[in-house]
Design a binder for this molecule. Structure first.
Ligand code: TYC
Length: 120
């Protein structure tokens, strides 16, 4: 007669093999092995020369914000000296900084932007 082996859950519980031949197995709940990736915030800095309208357009264009949100961020930069425009993975954050600095340089504005690890 052909007997089917029972279908057991594959992953839960985790059963460690009987390593020392004692017949004892360890039921173990594994802790998470992978950490979430470090994220980077893109900050824009205030200056006395870049027009407010230009900053609002840049924030809308490169950080996908609507007009009202972009205006609020621009005003925060103007009043506090800096503000976070968005939080991204390292490469995306670096690209955003390049895009902003490029657009500012092409328009002749001294607008500055940088990225730093979150919890810096
Ligand atoms: N302070 C600028 C002005 O009064 C406006 C400004 C806002 C500049 C934000 C840069 O990141 C900036 N024209």
């Amino acid at each position: 007669m052909v007997t089917k082996s029972p279908v057991l859950p594959k992953r839960v519980p985790q059963v460690e093999p009987d390593q020392d031949g004692s017949g004892t197995v360890v039921l173990e709940r594994r802790t998470q092995k992978t950490k979430p990736p470090q994220m980077y915030q893109v900050l824009m800095l205030n200056d006395d020369y870049t027009p407010m309208e230009f900053v609002v357009v840049v924030i809308q264009e490169f950080f996908a914000k609507d007009l009202e949100t972009a205006t609020q961020i621009m005003l925060k930069i103007h009043l506090d000296g800096k503000a976070v425009c968005g939080v991204y993975s390292r490469d995306v954050a670096a690209t955003k900084v390049d895009q902003v600095l490029d657009a500012a340089a092409k328009s002749g504005h001294p607008l500055k932007c940088l990225s730093e690890p979150v919890d810096f």
